[in-house]
Write a new protein. Sequence first.
Length: 418
Amino acid sequence: MKITAATLLLLCQTQTNGFVIPNYMQTRVNYLGSVTHLYAEASQSLADMEDDVERKLDQAEPLESLQHTMRAPSKNAQSSQTFSTQEQTFKDEDDEAYERQRTIKRLLDEDDVKWKEERRRKIMGKYADAKSDEEVQSIKDEEDRQIEEENQRKTTVAQSSGVSLEILVKEVVPDEESNFKPINVKGKAGSSWFEDLDSELENDGSDNGPQIINGKLVSREEQQGVRVGSAGGWTLEVFPKDFVVHRKYGIGRFDQTVVKPKKKLTDEEKEDMALRRNEIVKSMIKDRQNSTAIERVVAEFGTEKDLDPVSNPQLTVLEVSYNDAKVHIPVDKAYRLSRYRAGDAVVKPRLSRVKGEAWNKAKRKVEEDTIQMAQDVLALYATRETLTRAPFDPTKEGTLTTKLGRISRFIVTLDAFR
């Protein structure tokens, strides 16, 4: 705080009136008292006295500053100490942030490994636990054997219905990539770990191992199509994911061929089934098998484990998916199906709904439009038949040709005249 000489004079006058002067002002007051006495004798002006007092006070201030420095740290020391404390605080915060980022990265890496393993197991399916190519080949051979047995069973059951069935195999190719590429406003984007893992699994397998296409395990059974025909002359050839049209249910997608227990049995079939089951039980009793085995066989009658074609009548069916249900169509009724044909094969049709009247309404509308088109064509030809005009006079042909040559801006040749 800057204290002028006039202020010190005022303090000197008020000191005797009971006011307390702070210690740091006492030195200045003492100087002022002596200086005032000297200048009073010399009768100097107040301005000169103030300049002299200021000069003497400036000479006394270094001593006070030295005493103040011994009592408390300087401002520079305080600033240096504060800066050091703040720097240490920032360093501690940076260390905490670094440790936090390391922990987050470790947790994300662990979670990434977990999800990759789950996706790999989901894609590989039964091959996920295989540790070597030999184990993969063993699993594949067992799968092929089961598929062959199932195909033989489908063919046999279809032949019992008076229908010929042939298994077809079609090679599955990856879907074509779309030309559409989303715009990335953040710059060049790398492939996700989903795509990297799918690509790695597709390229990792051997030629005889599991086939992975478009991130899915494709089995041999999913590639099998069928050719169904009868002595009547009709034939149907379809592959999985082909669109078909049923007379009653409409547009659907063929999925696979399966063997299902026959639900609607004739009286003769029911009688034969009961007789066959009695024969099986009597044969087991004759062979002196224990009651537990006989009870187990009786409990398996009519289930998937009952492979006897008479005891458990089977039926080969074509499984077709619709918008709201799956329909099993017996192979002997496959003449009601036909392949879906459209002008633009790229556009996929909308699957029909089994429930409701949408397909019947669509059929009625097509019938009405077809009838209307046929009527329009008949009316057009009938109108053409009723129209008449005057016969053409052949003698005027030369005149007309000459006129045509005059008005035409092209040169008429001899062949044109002829």
